[in-house]
Design a protein around this ligand. Structure first.
Ligand SMILES: NC(=O)c1ccc[n+]([C@@H]2O[C@H](COP(=O)([O-])OP(=O)(O)OC[C@H]3O[C@@H](n4cnc5c(N)ncnc54)[C@H](OP(=O)(O)O)[C@@H]3O)[C@@H](O)[C@H]2O)c1
Length: 245
């Protein structure tokens, strides 16, 4: 779909991948509505990109956000957060919070904004998942489950929308991205490989996925290989993953 002139809602636009996506879409000529909780950082991105800032929590006010943003041609569900550690030690409350932001809020925003897209025969939904939603990652069990839920939700929606011309659905699977994500979850990324990629690379993947109507976009692209191997031969994949870390 053409994104110049399109009205685009990006959640989690105050930081990292969402802010980079706002810059990329502004450069492509989109009209932006930017959502996030941190008003100061969000307004700075809005000023830079000519977008409108809507400050709020997607887990508690998806309908307010959708109402402020509508009509929306492109919805980029990007807001998310992680939690890392053994599942058996996960504190009460963190499960609900993680599922709310990574899974329930994107579903709710899609529910609110998709009917308008179908009526206008023009629209695109983008769900920012994670490689952890394609292969279960130990130490990130609930985050993996929430992102995997998003992936299958998108697949089901794509199936439903096959009879709705002009409306597309993309899932983006970032690997390790250099953003405040790891500091915020309280557990830094400490592997030597793979090296974190810049958020601008994921933003380019999002723009391409919308323009070309791609169902799936792995960033970096080689991540599709472990995902495919996990699907075709899960035993082999997990054996290799354990051996190579
Ligand atoms: N970084 C990675 O390695 C990586 C890898 C795979 C997938 N991802 C996914 O990419 C997405 C963006 O993450 P990032 O790396 O850019 O992290 P980030 O820099 O920490 O940005 C996260 C964004 O989500 C927003 N957010 C979080 N909880 C929210 C809530 N309850 N309501 C509204 N906004 C909320 C934050 O808003 P405020 O700052 O305003 O609170 C922020 O704008 C997430 O869905 C994440 O799961 C990241």
């Amino acid at each position: 779909m053409r994104i110049d002139g399109a009205r685009v809602l990006i959640t989690g636009a105050s930081s990292g991948i969402g802010a980079a996506t706002a810059r990329a879409m502004a450069a492509a000529g989109s009209r932006l509505v930017l959502a996030g909780r941190d008003g100061e950082r969000l307004r700075a991105v809005a000023a830079e990109t000519g977008g409108r800032a809507v400050v709020g929590d997607v887990t508690t006010d998806a309908s307010g956000l959708a109402g402020e943003a509508a009509p929306v041609d492109v919805l980029v569900c990007n807001a998310g957060e992680g939690w890392a550690g053994p599942f058996a030690r996960m504190p009460a409350g963190r499960v609900d919070a993680l599922v709310a932001v990574n899974l329930t809020a994107p579903i709710e925003l899609a529910r609110l904004l998709l009917p308008g897209m179908i009526d206008r025969r023009r629209g695109h939904l983008v769900f920012v998942a994670s490689i952890a939603g394609a292969v279960g990652v130990g130490g990130e069990a609930v985050y993996s489950a929430a992102k995997a839920g998003l992936v299958v939700f998108a697949e089901a929606l794509r199936d439903e929308l096959s009879g709705s011309p002009g409306v597309g659905v993309s899932v983006v699977f970032p690997g390790v991205v250099a953003t405040p994500f790891f500091a915020r979850r309280g557990v830094p990324y400490d592997r030597r490989w793979p090296a974190p990629i810049p958020p601008e690379r994921v933003a380019r993947g999002i723009v391409t996925a919308i323009r070309r109507g791609r169902s799936e976009c792995y960033v970096p692209g080689w991540l599709r290989l472990p995902a495919r191997l996990r699907g075709a031969a899960p035993g082999l994949f997990h054996g290799l993953a354990r051996r190579t870390g």
